[in-house]
Design a protein. Structure first.
Length: 1205
């Protein structure tokens, strides 16, 4: 407070009186007289009081604090100590808490890990339980399935009295045969009474297991259709033997099935009343000459409606894209149109909405010239193509159009339109201007011929005149509007006529086609070869085979039954896998399509390089999904497609002439007629009377096999033989009725070898085949140059199951080793190291020598009627015995002939199976060898008959030559030899079933007059100038032989090359075409006719080939360069002259190494040389030396290679 007070000074009261000053004091001012500084505060009482109070309060506060501090200091110190203790206790407790928390954390972590582990284990257990439940369900299904399979051949018979033997297998077979009127006994494996309690009538059910599933099906079918059934006067019933679960399920659905069955029958009756025989579709092709004007358009559509059109092909519509809606009339369901960029051209296809049509693809020409629609008409696959051709000669347009036609192998073409050219200048014009065809017409005719397509109107009106177009300028009529259809559709065309030329300058062309019922087409299942490279499929089928054999290959079970069941089971699994793959690919394709659409959508909104890349990748993925395999583009696939198409068309039988003279055109009627014909053909005409066969064979000096060969043939079948047989069978052959190809057996050889071997062994032991191996499908190939209206003019080819081929191949392989030892060298067909060309060379030698000798000689070329199909099994078996074949091998052969059955396939219709009682199946590996044995007695009886005189050359007599069933007989002294020769034929035919068709057998006389031939017996066809043998025209003069074979062949080759000229093939494709189509024909002639061929022949051929390779343009590469191998920059184009010389090299080799006993012409040529050996000729130095040895033309031709340089 004192400090604060010191800043104030007290100065007293103010004075007003002046002060006296002195001189000295005036310089030192007085203190009192000095005024206070301006900033010095002046204290007043109030402020001072306040200040003092504040100072007192502060002092008091300090005193109080000091006193309190002194008073409480000890308490505070003790409190601090206590707080420090509390803190220490708290720290200690916190450490304990932290320790316990850590322990809890560890415990919680252990609990969490345990829970996680338990949760995983629970999940695993749940998954395991689920899997076990699925396996249990699958096992139950398999058990049910296996039970059903075990019962599939079972039947239940109700109402048969329980007596001694009433339930034996023989009794059950008798009951079935008599009750159901079967034509044979049913093979019953076992039968017994059911274990259930007796029925009220005291007749417990009889349960029988039939051996063959087909028998079971037939029994149940007849039991349903032949009610009521009675046996010994008592009513009986026959039912399937269902398992209890199946029977219960069937009972639960009885009411629903009845309702569905009623609805199905109602729909079926309605469908049959409408389309039981197919559907009639009316087509029209009309050049309407513009549809722009509404009045004309209405007239056109009114006329179409009046014609009752179902499908309309319209040309020159002259409509733009925006005007297409004008074609959408009330009756139009589908409308397809192609247009030009102006009001010209235009082609449209209109389909009536009442006609069921499903579109697959559409191709519209941007120039408005054509429209192509692929789809299904009444489920019938068709290609509808409408064309408006240029009105100038433009063959390239037609070639491009025809090459763009899709799906020609699987669909039926219906092509209509205005071609703007005539195909016959004489018949198709009212006043023909020119005698030759236009280039466009030639292109059309090439297409018709190659694709197997026909001009419908001309087919129905071969020599008539009809016109579709009138030219007012020239005042002439012409036929330039056509309908071209697949030849397989010609039998279904009921009408094809030109209507009056009204409204337009063209007249409508109407055609009615009776679309066949789609159920007529038979589509057998075939193993998909694409699965052969699918690892997933291979593993799947391998596991299925293993599982099936583990379950079913039990002791006592027949290997035949196991094999049949295995094939049926695997077929189902293959079908199931194929369906799964197809479904997966379809789904993937759909996903990729959606992805591309989405990418296109994004790219349209915001174009970028990234979206373009994505689209390219997606499109490539879609392409890979669609492509099953990669095919080299330069192969002749296009040409092959054309040839296959033509071949299929030729196989289609349009009509046939029945035995009663009726002309059959319906496919079912044609199939029935062929079945009737082949049933009669394969039915034996002879009884198995050994009393006639044995005496005939006993008089012949037949060759016999050795004991070593006999033991080899009789030994048991081994796995090694089965393995070799499978590997030796060719790939890419049509499978039999079961659909399994040989590639399938090769793929799963490891798993199938043992069960297949066991099946074959058991089959040979029992001399009985499994039912599926007995069945074959007969397809028919028309014989060239024969009347296709006759059933006998088709060659039957049996499509056999691959396992049957394996079994037959084993027999064929064993036979192959012994046949050359027991079959005379006169037979060259299907004998190892013998060729048909040897017979031809021998024939030419005999003709040449006979002419030089001057003696009468007749060469008879015998035509046997269905030689392979008429051989009697009984005669074959006796011939085998006569040749010392063992009982075991004969039993093997009998197995092949024990109950074979066949079904006829024609025009997509399959007949019922029928039994064959004779004949060797064409297509069976063992048939050629067995036929050679069966026909050897005929050759033997002719050779051994001394009253039949052949031609003697040196010390040898030549009487006959055979190539399988093609028989040549050389008869000198005809008047004396012909009667015994005909007697030999008759005696052989009487015991073997062999039948000669004398009207088709040709006789070639040498050194004989016409009068001399007329007096000879036998109604042979006499051919004094030439005849055909093994594809070679045989003449008496070498010059004629050269003209008829070499010159004729090159002319045909040039015609073929001209026909293939416009086919769009690359250079490599054209080279391959020559290799595949021309080369084999020339090689065969080179082998058969070794005449000297001049260099001009090969030059002419090379020119034709060059024109074909370069399409009549200037060659870019020399032919010699193309003929070089790939390693030298060439394309391996065949050099035909080199092939000719190589063919003659074979003859030189045979001169050196062959013996006359093996090849008959060797001895003839050796006789020609007399003292010189044939082996010397290849080493002669000049032609002059050869001429001094022989003048034989054939030998000079074969020696040409020695001096050709």
């Amino acid at each position: 407070m004192a400090t604060n007070l010191r800043k104030y000074k007290y100065t007293g009261p103010p004075s007003t009186r002046p002060s006296a000053t002195s001189t000295s004091s005036s310089t030192v001012p007085s203190e009192r007289s000095t005024p206070p500084p301006p900033d010095t505060p002046v204290m007043d009482a109030t402020a001072l009081k306040s200040e003092i109070l504040l100072a007192l309060k502060a002092d008091i506060s300090a005193v109080v604090k000091s006193e309190l501090k002194n008073a409480l200091a000890e308490d505070f110190d003790s409190l601090k100590v206590e707080i420090q203790g509390v803190k220490a206790e708290i720290v200690s407790n916190m450490a304990a808490v932290h320790s316990e928390v850590d322990q809890v954390k560890v415990a919680l972590k252990d609990v969490e890990e345990g829970l996680s582990t338990w949760s995983d284990e629970v999940t695993i257990l749940q998954t395991t339980v689920t899997g076990l439940k699925a396996e249990l369900a699958e096992l139950r299904e398999k058990c049910v399935d296996m039970e059903g399979r075990m019962r599939r051949c079972n039947i239940r018979i109700l109402g048969v009295a329980e007596t001694s033997g009433s339930c034996s297998t023989a009794s059950v077979s008798k009951i079935l045969r008599e009750t159901l009127q079967l034509d044979r006994d049913v093979l019953v494996d076992r039968s017994h009474r059911s274990l259930a309690s007796k029925r009220p009538d005291g007749k417990p059910r009889a349960i029988a297991k039939l051996h063959y599933y087909q028998d079971c099906t037939e029994v149940l079918t007849r039991a349903r259709t032949r009610t009521p059934l009675r046996f010994n006067g008592d009513p009986i019933a026959i039912f399937p033997d269902y398992s209890p679960s199946v029977a219960k399920a069937r009972m639960s659905g009885t009411e629903s099935c009845s309702q569905l069955d009623f609805a199905s029958r109602t729909r079926e009756r309605k469908r049959n009343s409408q389309t039981s025989e197919g559907s009639l579709v009316n087509f029209v092709s009309w050049n309407v000459k513009s549809l722009n004007h509404p009045v004309k358009r209405n007239k056109i559509f009114a006329h179409l409606k009046q014609l009752n059109v179902d499908v309309a092909f319209l040309q020159e519509t002259h409509l733009r894209t925006v005007d297409h809606f004008r074609l959408r009339k009330g009756w139009v369901g589908h409308m397809f149109h192609s247009n030009f960029n102006s009001k010209s051209r235009g082609a449209a296809i209109l389909i009536n909405k009442k006609v069921p049509f499903t579109v697959s693809s559409v191709e519209a020409d941007s120039s408005g010239r054509y429209i192509i629609v692929v789809g299904q008409l009444y489920t019938f696959p068709v290609i509808l193509a409408n064309i408006y051709a240029p009105n100038w000669d433009n063959p390239k347009f037609f070639s491009d159009f025809f090459s763009n036609l899709p799906n020609m192998l699987t669909h039926h073409l219906i092509l209509g339109g205005d071609m703007n050219c005539v195909l016959s200048p004489v018949l198709d014009r009212s006043s023909p201007k020119r005698a030759s065809l236009s280039k466009s017409a030639r292109a059309i005719q090439l297409f018709l011929e190659s694709y197997g397509v026909a001009d419908t109107w001309r087919f129905r009106n071969p020599g008539s005149r009809g016109y579709s177009f009138f030219s007012p300028v020239h005042g002439t009529y012409s036929r330039i509007d056509y309908f071209f259809v697949d030849k397989r559709l010609l039998s279904f065309v009921t009408k094809c006529d030109y209507e009056a030329i009204v409204i337009s300058d063209h007249g409508p062309l109407l055609m009615n086609i009776h679309i066949p019922n789609p159920q007529l087409s038979y589509r057998p299942w075939r193993f998909n070869p694409l699965f052969l490279s699918d690892e997933v499929f291979i593993n799947f089928i391998t596991s299925e085979i293993k599982q099936f054999l583990e379950i079913n290959q039990t002791p006592g079970m027949s290997y035949l039954t196991v094999w049949e069941a295995l094939k049926a089971y695997l077929r189902g699994q293959v079908i199931l896998y194929g369906a799964h793959i197809k479904k997966t690919e379809t789904a993937r394709l759909r996903v990729l399509t959606d992805e591309i659409l989405e990418i296109d959508k994004l790219n349209s909104l915001s174009p970028s390089a990234e979206t373009v890349k994505k689209r390219i990748k997606a499109e490539a993925a879609m392409a890979r999904t669609r492509y099953h395999y990669y095919e080299f583009g330069n192969k002749t696939s296009k040409l092959l497609a054309w040839q296959i198409k033509k071949k299929d068309t030729e196989k289609f039988i349009q009509s046939i002439k029945a035995e009663d003279g009726r002309h059959l055109e319906n496919s079912r009627d044609i199939n029935s007629e062929f079945k009737k014909y082949y049933q009669a053909l394969y039915k034996t005409d002879l009884e198995n009377d050994n009393t006639r066969i044995k005496p005939f064979l006993s008089q012949l000096p037949l060759s016999k096999i050795s004991t070593t060969d006999k033991d080899m043939l009789d030994k048991e079948i081994s796995e090694e033989e089965v393995l070799l047989a499978i590997k030796s069978l060719q790939n890419n052959k049509a499978p039999g009725p079961d659909g399994f190809s040989i590639e399938y057996f090769k793929l799963f050889l490891e798993k199938l070898l043992t069960p297949l071997t066991n099946m074959i062994k058991e089959a040979f032991q029992k001399a009985s085949l499994p039912q599926s191996l007995e069945l074959a499908t007969i397809t028919l190939l028309p014989k060239p140059g024969k009347d296709p209206q006759r059933c006998g003019n088709y060659r039957p080819l049996s499509l056999l199951n691959s396992d049957y081929k394996v079994l037959s191949k084993i027999i064929a392989s064993r036979l192959e080793k012994v046949i050359p030892k027991i079959i005379h060298a006169d037979q060259t067909g299907f004998v190892k190291n013998r060729q048909g060309a040897d017979n031809v060379r021998r024939l030419f030698h005999i003709i040449d020598i006979a002419k030089r000798q001057g003696h009468p000689l007749v060469i008879v070329s015998m035509d046997a009627e269905k030689a392979f199909d008429r051989i009697e099994p009984g005669f074959l078996f006796e011939t085998l015995k006569a040749m010392n074949f063992g009982d075991s091998f004969i039993r093997y052969v009998k197995t092949l002939f024990n109950g074979p059955r066949s079904q006829i396939l024609t025009n997509g219709v399959m007949s019922d199976a029928f039994t064959l009682s004779r004949g060797c199946r064409q297509g069976c590996p063992s048939s050629p060898g067995l036929f050679s044995i069966a026909i050897e007695p005929l050759a033997n009886v002719i050779r051994s008959d001394l009253s039949i005189t052949g031609i003697k050359i040196g010390t040898e007599e030549h009487k006959l030559a055979l190539y399988a069933d093609d028989l040549l007989v050389f008869i000198s002294q005809p008047a004396k030899s012909f009667p015994p020769f005909l007697t030999c034929l008759k005696s052989y035919s009487a015991v073997s079933g062999y039948k000669i068709n004398y009207s088709k057998s040709e006789a070639f006389p040498i050194n004989m007059t016409e009068q001399q031939t007329k007096v000879l017996p036998g109604s042979f066809k006499w051919c004094p100038d030439s005849f055909k043998y093994l594809g070679v025209i045989v003449c008496s003069s070498c010059n004629k032989v050269y003209q008829e074979n070499y010159i004729s062949l090159i002319n045909k080759a040039k015609a073929d090359l001209q026909r293939w000229m416009d086919i769009p093939l690359s250079l490599i494709g054209r080279v391959n075409t020559i290799k595949m189509n021309l080369l084999p024909k020339f090689i065969y002639i080179f082998h058969c006719i070794p005449l000297k061929v001049l260099i001009t022949f090969f030059k002419e051929l090379d020119r034709a080939i060059s024109l074909f390779l370069w399409r009549k343009k200037v060659p870019r590469v020399k032919l010699l360069t193309l003929q070089a191998p790939y390693s030298k920059g060439g394309l391996n184009l065949p050099n035909f002259r080199i092939y000719y010389l190589a063919s003659q090299l074979r003859m030189l080799w045979m001169w050196i190494f062959s013996k006359g006993n093996d090849v008959r012409w060797i001895s003839i040529e050796q006789q020609e040389l007399k003292s010189t050996s044939l082996a010397v000729i290849p080493f002669l130095g000049s032609k002059k030396q050869l001429s001094t040895i022989t003048t034989n033309t054939l030998m000079h031709g074969s020696s040409y290679i020695l001096f050709w340089a």
